[in-house]
Design a protein. Structure first.
Lengths: 117, 358
Protein backbone atom coordinates (compact mmCIF):
# COMPACT_ATOMS: atom_id res chain seq x y z
CA UNK A 1 0.00 0.00 0.00
CA UNK A 2 2.88 2.36 0.84
CA UNK A 3 4.44 1.68 -2.55
CA UNK A 4 1.22 2.42 -4.37
CA UNK A 5 0.75 5.66 -2.44
CA UNK A 6 4.30 6.83 -3.15
CA UNK A 7 4.23 5.99 -6.86
CA UNK A 8 0.83 7.52 -7.37
CA UNK A 9 1.75 10.73 -5.60
CA UNK A 10 4.62 11.20 -8.05
CA UNK A 11 4.10 13.52 -10.97
CA UNK A 12 3.64 10.60 -13.34
CA UNK A 13 0.32 10.52 -15.18
CA UNK A 14 0.61 7.32 -17.22
CA UNK A 15 1.86 3.84 -16.38
CA UNK A 16 2.80 1.08 -18.83
CA UNK A 17 1.14 -2.33 -18.46
CA UNK A 18 4.36 -3.80 -17.02
CA UNK A 19 4.75 -0.93 -14.55
CA UNK A 20 1.16 -1.37 -13.45
CA UNK A 21 1.60 -5.13 -13.02
CA UNK A 22 4.75 -4.60 -10.94
CA UNK A 23 3.13 -1.92 -8.84
CA UNK A 24 0.13 -4.10 -8.05
CA UNK A 25 2.12 -7.35 -7.94
CA UNK A 26 -0.26 -9.07 -10.34
CA UNK A 27 0.35 -10.78 -13.67
CA UNK A 28 -0.23 -8.71 -16.84
CA UNK A 29 -2.78 -11.33 -17.95
CA UNK A 30 -4.74 -10.61 -14.79
CA UNK A 31 -4.86 -6.88 -15.58
CA UNK A 32 -6.22 -7.70 -19.02
CA UNK A 33 -8.89 -9.99 -17.53
CA UNK A 34 -9.95 -7.42 -14.94
CA UNK A 35 -10.15 -4.74 -17.62
CA UNK A 36 -12.42 -7.00 -19.71
CA UNK A 37 -14.58 -7.90 -16.72
CA UNK A 38 -14.96 -4.46 -15.17
CA UNK A 39 -15.53 -1.79 -17.83
CA UNK A 40 -14.35 1.17 -15.79
CA UNK A 41 -10.92 1.67 -17.31
CA UNK A 42 -9.86 4.34 -19.70
CA UNK A 43 -6.28 3.58 -20.76
CA UNK A 44 -4.48 5.58 -23.37
CA UNK A 45 -3.33 3.55 -26.36
CA UNK A 46 -0.70 4.85 -28.75
CA UNK A 47 2.01 3.43 -31.01
CA UNK A 48 4.14 2.67 -27.92
CA UNK A 49 1.46 0.51 -26.40
CA UNK A 50 -1.17 0.73 -23.69
CA UNK A 51 -0.80 3.13 -20.76
CA UNK A 52 -3.04 3.21 -17.70
CA UNK A 53 -3.99 6.50 -16.11
CA UNK A 54 -3.74 7.26 -12.37
CA UNK A 55 -7.48 6.68 -12.03
CA UNK A 56 -7.10 3.27 -13.66
CA UNK A 57 -4.38 2.34 -11.18
CA UNK A 58 -6.67 3.42 -8.35
CA UNK A 59 -9.43 1.20 -9.73
CA UNK A 60 -7.03 -1.74 -9.94
CA UNK A 61 -5.97 -1.07 -6.33
CA UNK A 62 -9.58 -0.99 -5.24
CA UNK A 63 -10.21 -4.35 -6.96
CA UNK A 64 -7.23 -5.90 -5.21
CA UNK A 65 -8.28 -4.55 -1.83
CA UNK A 66 -11.81 -5.86 -2.24
CA UNK A 67 -10.49 -9.29 -3.28
CA UNK A 68 -7.98 -9.68 -0.49
CA UNK A 69 -9.14 -7.44 2.36
CA UNK A 70 -12.87 -7.92 1.98
CA UNK A 71 -12.58 -11.47 0.67
CA UNK A 72 -14.90 -10.77 -2.25
CA UNK A 73 -14.90 -12.68 -5.54
CA UNK A 74 -14.18 -10.80 -8.75
CA UNK A 75 -17.86 -11.05 -9.72
CA UNK A 76 -18.78 -9.46 -6.40
CA UNK A 77 -16.21 -6.71 -6.98
CA UNK A 78 -17.62 -6.09 -10.46
CA UNK A 79 -21.15 -5.73 -9.09
CA UNK A 80 -20.02 -3.41 -6.32
CA UNK A 81 -17.93 -1.13 -8.52
CA UNK A 82 -20.46 -0.93 -11.36
CA UNK A 83 -23.24 -0.23 -8.89
CA UNK A 84 -21.08 2.46 -7.29
CA UNK A 85 -20.47 4.05 -10.69
CA UNK A 86 -24.18 3.91 -11.55
CA UNK A 87 -25.15 5.59 -8.28
CA UNK A 88 -22.47 8.22 -8.76
CA UNK A 89 -23.60 8.95 -12.31
CA UNK A 90 -27.14 9.48 -11.11
CA UNK A 91 -26.19 12.02 -8.44
CA UNK A 92 -26.66 15.82 -8.92
CA UNK A 93 -23.09 16.46 -7.75
CA UNK A 94 -21.70 14.20 -10.47
CA UNK A 95 -23.68 16.02 -13.14
CA UNK A 96 -22.53 19.36 -11.79
CA UNK A 97 -18.89 18.26 -11.82
CA UNK A 98 -19.32 16.95 -15.35
CA UNK A 99 -20.56 20.38 -16.45
CA UNK A 100 -17.65 22.09 -14.66
CA UNK A 101 -15.20 19.75 -16.40
CA UNK A 102 -16.75 20.58 -19.78
CA UNK A 103 -16.44 24.30 -19.10
CA UNK A 104 -12.85 23.98 -17.92
CA UNK A 105 -11.88 22.01 -21.02
CA UNK A 106 -13.45 24.69 -23.16
CA UNK A 107 -11.48 27.40 -21.33
CA UNK A 108 -8.30 25.35 -21.79
CA UNK A 109 -8.88 25.10 -25.54
CA UNK A 110 -9.46 28.86 -25.78
CA UNK A 111 -6.28 29.58 -23.81
CA UNK A 112 -4.25 27.18 -25.95
CA UNK A 113 -5.57 28.80 -29.12
CA UNK A 114 -4.70 32.25 -27.75
CA UNK A 115 -1.17 31.03 -27.02
CA UNK A 116 -0.79 29.78 -30.57
CA UNK A 117 -2.00 33.10 -31.99
CA UNK B 1 -22.17 -15.05 -8.38
CA UNK B 2 -24.66 -17.40 -6.76
CA UNK B 3 -21.93 -18.58 -4.43
CA UNK B 4 -24.23 -18.89 -1.44
CA UNK B 5 -26.41 -21.32 -3.34
CA UNK B 6 -23.30 -23.18 -4.40
CA UNK B 7 -22.23 -23.62 -0.78
CA UNK B 8 -25.35 -25.70 -0.19
CA UNK B 9 -24.03 -28.18 -2.79
CA UNK B 10 -21.01 -29.07 -0.68
CA UNK B 11 -20.94 -32.76 0.20
CA UNK B 12 -21.82 -33.90 3.72
CA UNK B 13 -18.26 -34.90 4.60
CA UNK B 14 -17.09 -31.37 3.77
CA UNK B 15 -19.79 -29.67 5.83
CA UNK B 16 -18.94 -31.99 8.71
CA UNK B 17 -15.32 -30.87 8.56
CA UNK B 18 -15.79 -27.15 7.84
CA UNK B 19 -19.10 -26.38 9.46
CA UNK B 20 -22.11 -24.88 7.67
CA UNK B 21 -20.95 -21.28 8.12
CA UNK B 22 -17.62 -21.70 6.38
CA UNK B 23 -17.34 -19.82 3.08
CA UNK B 24 -14.94 -22.38 1.61
CA UNK B 25 -16.59 -23.65 -1.58
CA UNK B 26 -15.23 -27.18 -1.72
CA UNK B 27 -17.42 -29.07 -4.21
CA UNK B 28 -17.66 -32.56 -5.60
CA UNK B 29 -15.70 -32.72 -8.84
CA UNK B 30 -18.72 -34.51 -10.35
CA UNK B 31 -20.65 -31.24 -10.15
CA UNK B 32 -17.74 -29.25 -11.52
CA UNK B 33 -16.96 -31.50 -14.48
CA UNK B 34 -20.61 -31.89 -15.42
CA UNK B 35 -20.76 -28.07 -15.72
CA UNK B 36 -17.78 -27.77 -18.04
CA UNK B 37 -18.29 -30.93 -20.11
CA UNK B 38 -19.73 -29.03 -23.09
CA UNK B 39 -17.17 -26.24 -22.92
CA UNK B 40 -13.63 -26.14 -24.29
CA UNK B 41 -12.12 -25.71 -20.84
CA UNK B 42 -9.48 -27.78 -19.06
CA UNK B 43 -9.09 -27.48 -15.30
CA UNK B 44 -5.72 -27.75 -13.60
CA UNK B 45 -5.38 -30.28 -10.81
CA UNK B 46 -2.25 -29.54 -8.81
CA UNK B 47 -0.22 -32.16 -6.98
CA UNK B 48 1.13 -29.83 -4.33
CA UNK B 49 3.84 -31.96 -2.73
CA UNK B 50 5.35 -28.93 -0.99
CA UNK B 51 2.83 -26.69 0.72
CA UNK B 52 4.36 -23.32 -0.17
CA UNK B 53 3.11 -23.52 -3.77
CA UNK B 54 -0.53 -23.63 -2.62
CA UNK B 55 -1.10 -19.88 -1.89
CA UNK B 56 0.30 -18.91 -5.31
CA UNK B 57 -2.07 -21.28 -7.08
CA UNK B 58 -5.03 -20.07 -5.02
CA UNK B 59 -4.13 -16.44 -5.73
CA UNK B 60 -3.95 -17.15 -9.48
CA UNK B 61 -7.34 -18.89 -9.41
CA UNK B 62 -8.89 -16.08 -7.37
CA UNK B 63 -7.68 -13.32 -9.67
CA UNK B 64 -8.80 -15.14 -12.84
CA UNK B 65 -12.00 -16.68 -11.42
CA UNK B 66 -10.78 -20.14 -12.33
CA UNK B 67 -11.74 -23.50 -10.88
CA UNK B 68 -8.75 -25.52 -9.70
CA UNK B 69 -8.23 -28.87 -8.04
CA UNK B 70 -5.66 -29.97 -5.49
CA UNK B 71 -4.57 -33.57 -5.35
CA UNK B 72 -1.98 -36.08 -4.21
CA UNK B 73 -1.53 -39.65 -5.39
CA UNK B 74 -1.30 -42.73 -3.18
CA UNK B 75 2.49 -42.76 -3.48
CA UNK B 76 2.65 -39.08 -2.51
CA UNK B 77 0.16 -39.10 0.35
CA UNK B 78 -1.14 -42.11 2.19
CA UNK B 79 -1.87 -43.49 5.63
CA UNK B 80 1.88 -43.58 6.37
CA UNK B 81 2.67 -40.19 4.82
CA UNK B 82 3.77 -41.21 1.30
CA UNK B 83 6.84 -39.49 -0.10
CA UNK B 84 5.58 -36.01 0.73
CA UNK B 85 4.93 -36.64 4.42
CA UNK B 86 1.24 -35.75 3.96
CA UNK B 87 -1.60 -37.95 5.15
CA UNK B 88 -5.09 -37.27 3.73
CA UNK B 89 -5.94 -35.50 7.00
CA UNK B 90 -2.90 -33.18 7.05
CA UNK B 91 -3.21 -32.47 3.31
CA UNK B 92 -6.83 -31.40 3.73
CA UNK B 93 -6.02 -29.25 6.78
CA UNK B 94 -3.14 -27.56 4.98
CA UNK B 95 -5.32 -26.68 1.99
CA UNK B 96 -8.10 -25.30 4.17
CA UNK B 97 -5.66 -23.25 6.24
CA UNK B 98 -4.32 -21.59 3.08
CA UNK B 99 -7.82 -21.14 1.63
CA UNK B 100 -8.87 -19.27 4.80
CA UNK B 101 -5.69 -17.20 4.79
CA UNK B 102 -6.06 -16.23 1.11
CA UNK B 103 -9.83 -15.72 1.43
CA UNK B 104 -10.18 -18.25 -1.38
CA UNK B 105 -13.93 -18.74 -1.71
CA UNK B 106 -14.24 -19.97 -5.32
CA UNK B 107 -15.36 -23.51 -6.22
CA UNK B 108 -12.55 -26.07 -6.09
CA UNK B 109 -12.09 -29.76 -5.39
CA UNK B 110 -9.70 -32.01 -3.48
CA UNK B 111 -8.87 -35.19 -5.30
CA UNK B 112 -7.36 -38.53 -4.29
CA UNK B 113 -5.15 -38.94 -7.34
CA UNK B 114 -4.06 -42.44 -8.45
CA UNK B 115 -5.47 -44.57 -5.68
CA UNK B 116 -3.55 -47.36 -7.28
CA UNK B 117 -4.26 -51.06 -6.91
CA UNK B 118 -1.21 -52.76 -8.33
CA UNK B 119 -2.49 -56.34 -8.14
CA UNK B 120 -5.68 -58.18 -7.30
CA UNK B 121 -4.59 -59.45 -3.88
CA UNK B 122 -7.06 -58.88 -1.07
CA UNK B 123 -4.39 -56.97 0.92
CA UNK B 124 -3.86 -54.52 -1.93
CA UNK B 125 -7.58 -53.96 -2.42
CA UNK B 126 -8.09 -53.61 1.31
CA UNK B 127 -5.33 -51.00 1.58
CA UNK B 128 -6.89 -48.98 -1.25
CA UNK B 129 -10.26 -49.19 0.47
CA UNK B 130 -8.79 -47.93 3.74
CA UNK B 131 -7.02 -45.09 1.98
CA UNK B 132 -10.19 -44.03 0.14
CA UNK B 133 -12.08 -44.08 3.43
CA UNK B 134 -9.41 -41.92 5.06
CA UNK B 135 -9.62 -39.45 2.16
CA UNK B 136 -13.41 -39.37 2.42
CA UNK B 137 -13.26 -38.78 6.17
CA UNK B 138 -10.61 -36.10 5.73
CA UNK B 139 -13.00 -34.16 3.44
CA UNK B 140 -11.90 -35.04 -0.11
CA UNK B 141 -14.48 -34.54 -2.85
CA UNK B 142 -13.04 -36.47 -5.76
CA UNK B 143 -11.45 -39.90 -6.13
CA UNK B 144 -9.34 -41.71 -8.71
CA UNK B 145 -9.29 -45.49 -8.78
CA UNK B 146 -6.29 -46.69 -10.73
CA UNK B 147 -6.29 -50.42 -11.34
CA UNK B 148 -4.72 -49.95 -14.77
CA UNK B 149 -1.69 -52.08 -13.83
CA UNK B 150 -4.00 -55.11 -13.95
CA UNK B 151 -5.43 -56.93 -16.98
CA UNK B 152 -8.56 -55.18 -18.32
CA UNK B 153 -11.08 -57.60 -16.79
CA UNK B 154 -9.47 -57.24 -13.36
CA UNK B 155 -9.28 -53.47 -13.78
CA UNK B 156 -13.05 -53.41 -14.41
CA UNK B 157 -13.84 -55.54 -11.40
CA UNK B 158 -11.58 -53.65 -8.98
CA UNK B 159 -12.75 -50.21 -10.18
CA UNK B 160 -16.36 -51.19 -9.76
CA UNK B 161 -15.79 -52.62 -6.32
CA UNK B 162 -13.89 -49.61 -4.95
CA UNK B 163 -15.70 -46.73 -6.61
CA UNK B 164 -19.34 -47.72 -6.27
CA UNK B 165 -20.08 -46.32 -2.83
CA UNK B 166 -18.32 -42.99 -3.48
CA UNK B 167 -20.07 -42.65 -6.83
CA UNK B 168 -23.43 -43.29 -5.19
CA UNK B 169 -22.73 -40.46 -2.77
CA UNK B 170 -22.19 -38.04 -5.67
CA UNK B 171 -18.42 -37.66 -5.54
CA UNK B 172 -16.35 -37.17 -8.67
CA UNK B 173 -14.84 -40.39 -9.96
CA UNK B 174 -11.81 -40.76 -12.20
CA UNK B 175 -10.84 -44.15 -13.60
CA UNK B 176 -7.92 -45.28 -15.71
CA UNK B 177 -7.27 -47.59 -18.59
CA UNK B 178 -3.81 -47.97 -20.12
CA UNK B 179 -1.20 -47.42 -17.46
CA UNK B 180 0.60 -44.06 -17.72
CA UNK B 181 4.33 -44.65 -17.69
CA UNK B 182 7.18 -42.69 -16.16
CA UNK B 183 9.80 -40.77 -18.12
CA UNK B 184 12.30 -43.05 -19.84
CA UNK B 185 9.73 -45.85 -20.29
CA UNK B 186 8.03 -46.67 -23.59
CA UNK B 187 4.32 -45.77 -23.65
CA UNK B 188 1.55 -48.10 -24.72
CA UNK B 189 -1.13 -45.83 -26.15
CA UNK B 190 -4.66 -46.70 -25.03
CA UNK B 191 -6.85 -48.24 -27.77
CA UNK B 192 -10.27 -46.74 -28.50
CA UNK B 193 -11.91 -50.16 -28.19
CA UNK B 194 -10.22 -50.76 -24.84
CA UNK B 195 -11.51 -47.45 -23.46
CA UNK B 196 -15.04 -48.01 -24.76
CA UNK B 197 -15.14 -51.59 -23.48
CA UNK B 198 -14.01 -50.44 -20.04
CA UNK B 199 -16.31 -47.42 -19.73
CA UNK B 200 -19.38 -49.19 -21.13
CA UNK B 201 -18.87 -52.02 -18.64
CA UNK B 202 -18.74 -49.55 -15.75
CA UNK B 203 -21.89 -47.71 -16.88
CA UNK B 204 -23.71 -50.98 -17.57
CA UNK B 205 -22.99 -51.88 -13.99
CA UNK B 206 -24.28 -48.62 -12.56
CA UNK B 207 -21.03 -46.70 -12.08
CA UNK B 208 -20.93 -43.18 -13.54
CA UNK B 209 -17.30 -42.00 -13.74
CA UNK B 210 -16.68 -38.43 -14.82
CA UNK B 211 -13.15 -38.73 -16.10
CA UNK B 212 -11.01 -41.33 -17.81
CA UNK B 213 -7.23 -41.22 -17.60
CA UNK B 214 -5.60 -42.82 -20.61
CA UNK B 215 -2.12 -43.39 -21.88
CA UNK B 216 -1.76 -40.91 -24.72
CA UNK B 217 2.01 -40.74 -24.62
CA UNK B 218 2.60 -38.31 -21.74
CA UNK B 219 4.98 -39.27 -18.94
CA UNK B 220 5.01 -38.80 -15.20
CA UNK B 221 7.90 -36.78 -13.78
CA UNK B 222 10.56 -34.69 -15.54
CA UNK B 223 11.40 -35.80 -19.08
CA UNK B 224 14.90 -37.20 -19.46
CA UNK B 225 17.34 -35.05 -21.42
CA UNK B 226 16.71 -35.50 -25.14
CA UNK B 227 13.58 -37.61 -24.55
CA UNK B 228 10.94 -37.02 -27.19
CA UNK B 229 7.69 -35.43 -26.02
CA UNK B 230 4.77 -36.94 -27.82
CA UNK B 231 1.11 -36.65 -26.87
CA UNK B 232 -1.35 -38.36 -29.19
CA UNK B 233 -4.11 -35.75 -29.24
CA UNK B 234 -5.80 -37.40 -32.22
CA UNK B 235 -6.30 -40.63 -30.26
CA UNK B 236 -7.29 -38.62 -27.18
CA UNK B 237 -10.07 -36.89 -29.08
CA UNK B 238 -11.19 -40.14 -30.71
CA UNK B 239 -11.56 -41.73 -27.27
CA UNK B 240 -13.40 -38.67 -25.96
CA UNK B 241 -15.78 -38.77 -28.94
CA UNK B 242 -16.38 -42.50 -28.54
CA UNK B 243 -17.49 -41.89 -24.94
CA UNK B 244 -19.82 -38.97 -25.71
CA UNK B 245 -23.01 -40.77 -24.74
CA UNK B 246 -21.66 -41.25 -21.22
CA UNK B 247 -20.36 -37.65 -20.92
CA UNK B 248 -16.95 -38.77 -19.71
CA UNK B 249 -14.04 -36.35 -20.11
CA UNK B 250 -10.35 -37.11 -20.42
CA UNK B 251 -7.92 -36.63 -17.53
CA UNK B 252 -4.46 -35.71 -18.79
CA UNK B 253 -1.59 -36.90 -16.62
CA UNK B 254 2.11 -36.01 -16.70
CA UNK B 255 1.96 -32.41 -17.94
CA UNK B 256 5.30 -31.13 -16.64
CA UNK B 257 7.68 -30.36 -19.50
CA UNK B 258 4.94 -30.31 -22.15
CA UNK B 259 5.44 -27.32 -24.49
CA UNK B 260 2.86 -24.51 -24.25
CA UNK B 261 1.82 -25.03 -27.89
CA UNK B 262 0.65 -28.55 -27.04
CA UNK B 263 -0.96 -27.56 -23.72
CA UNK B 264 -3.00 -24.90 -25.54
CA UNK B 265 -4.58 -27.67 -27.63
CA UNK B 266 -5.79 -29.71 -24.63
CA UNK B 267 -9.17 -27.96 -24.19
CA UNK B 268 -10.04 -28.69 -27.83
CA UNK B 269 -9.40 -32.45 -27.63
CA UNK B 270 -11.76 -33.50 -24.87
CA UNK B 271 -9.27 -33.01 -22.01
CA UNK B 272 -11.17 -31.69 -19.01
CA UNK B 273 -8.67 -32.17 -16.19
CA UNK B 274 -4.94 -31.57 -16.43
CA UNK B 275 -2.73 -32.96 -13.69
CA UNK B 276 0.36 -30.95 -12.89
CA UNK B 277 2.71 -32.17 -10.18
CA UNK B 278 6.43 -32.12 -10.87
CA UNK B 279 6.29 -28.51 -12.11
CA UNK B 280 5.26 -27.28 -8.64
CA UNK B 281 7.93 -29.40 -7.01
CA UNK B 282 10.55 -27.98 -9.41
CA UNK B 283 9.44 -24.44 -8.51
CA UNK B 284 9.62 -25.16 -4.79
CA UNK B 285 12.99 -26.92 -5.00
CA UNK B 286 14.59 -24.15 -7.04
CA UNK B 287 13.49 -21.54 -4.50
CA UNK B 288 14.40 -23.34 -1.28
CA UNK B 289 17.32 -22.04 0.80
CA UNK B 290 20.38 -23.25 -1.18
CA UNK B 291 21.93 -25.06 1.79
CA UNK B 292 18.71 -27.00 2.40
CA UNK B 293 18.39 -27.99 -1.25
CA UNK B 294 22.05 -29.07 -1.34
CA UNK B 295 21.36 -31.35 1.62
CA UNK B 296 18.33 -32.80 -0.18
CA UNK B 297 20.35 -33.42 -3.33
CA UNK B 298 23.14 -35.06 -1.39
CA UNK B 299 20.63 -37.28 0.40
CA UNK B 300 18.97 -38.37 -2.85
CA UNK B 301 22.34 -39.12 -4.45
CA UNK B 302 23.48 -41.15 -1.44
CA UNK B 303 20.18 -43.02 -1.34
CA UNK B 304 20.12 -43.38 -5.15
CA UNK B 305 16.56 -42.17 -5.09
CA UNK B 306 14.72 -39.52 -7.09
CA UNK B 307 14.82 -36.09 -5.41
CA UNK B 308 11.04 -36.31 -4.85
CA UNK B 309 11.68 -38.76 -2.02
CA UNK B 310 13.66 -36.07 -0.18
CA UNK B 311 10.43 -34.11 0.30
CA UNK B 312 9.38 -36.31 3.20
CA UNK B 313 12.87 -36.70 4.64
CA UNK B 314 13.30 -32.92 4.87
CA UNK B 315 9.64 -31.99 5.39
CA UNK B 316 10.22 -30.36 8.77
CA UNK B 317 12.90 -28.07 7.37
CA UNK B 318 10.91 -27.34 4.20
CA UNK B 319 7.83 -26.47 6.23
CA UNK B 320 9.75 -23.95 8.32
CA UNK B 321 11.73 -22.04 5.67
CA UNK B 322 11.94 -18.26 6.02
CA UNK B 323 9.23 -15.93 4.79
CA UNK B 324 11.26 -14.62 1.85
CA UNK B 325 11.63 -18.18 0.50
CA UNK B 326 7.93 -18.89 1.06
CA UNK B 327 7.02 -15.75 -0.85
CA UNK B 328 9.39 -16.53 -3.70
CA UNK B 329 7.86 -19.99 -4.13
CA UNK B 330 4.33 -18.59 -3.94
CA UNK B 331 5.12 -15.92 -6.54
CA UNK B 332 6.67 -18.36 -9.04
CA UNK B 333 3.73 -20.73 -8.57
CA UNK B 334 1.33 -17.85 -9.11
CA UNK B 335 3.00 -16.93 -12.41
CA UNK B 336 3.00 -20.53 -13.67
CA UNK B 337 -0.59 -21.11 -12.56
CA UNK B 338 -1.78 -17.98 -14.40
CA UNK B 339 -0.02 -19.18 -17.55
CA UNK B 340 -1.59 -22.64 -17.30
CA UNK B 341 -5.05 -21.26 -16.54
CA UNK B 342 -4.81 -18.98 -19.57
CA UNK B 343 -3.41 -21.70 -21.88
CA UNK B 344 -6.16 -24.11 -20.80
CA UNK B 345 -8.96 -21.56 -21.49
CA UNK B 346 -9.86 -21.78 -17.82
CA UNK B 347 -10.02 -18.04 -17.07
CA UNK B 348 -13.54 -17.43 -15.76
CA UNK B 349 -14.28 -21.17 -15.42
CA UNK B 350 -15.64 -20.60 -11.91
CA UNK B 351 -18.36 -18.45 -13.47
CA UNK B 352 -19.36 -21.33 -15.73
CA UNK B 353 -19.84 -23.47 -12.63
CA UNK B 354 -21.78 -20.79 -10.78
CA UNK B 355 -24.04 -20.08 -13.76
CA UNK B 356 -24.97 -23.74 -14.07
CA UNK B 357 -25.08 -24.76 -10.41
CA UNK B 358 -25.55 -21.58 -8.43
Amino acid sequence: MKDWGRKLSEEKEFFSVEETANLLKVDVRVLQFWEEQIPLFNPSINEKGKFYRKEDIETFMKIKDLLYKEGMTLSGVRRKLLQGRKEMEGSPLYNLLKEVKKELLLILTILENNDKN
Amino acid sequence: MGLNKLLSKRPENVIKKLGKDSKICLLSSKDIFSCIYDLNISIIACNTRIKWVIPGIMKAAKETEAVVGFELARTECNLEGGYTGFTPQTFFETLIEFAEREKFYLPFFIHADHTSVRNNSSEEIEYARKLLKACYEAGYTSFAIDASHNPLEENKRITLELARELDNEGFGIEVEVGEITSSGEAPKITEISEAVDYISFLFDNGLTPDLLAINNGSKHGNYKEGEEIFIDLKRTEEIFSAMKKWRVGIAQHGTTGTPDEIIKKFPFHGIKKVNVGTLWQNIAHSNLPPELFSKMKEWSENQRKDIKYANKEFKKEIDTIGKEYQERIAYQSYKEAIKLIKNLCSIGSANAVVERLG
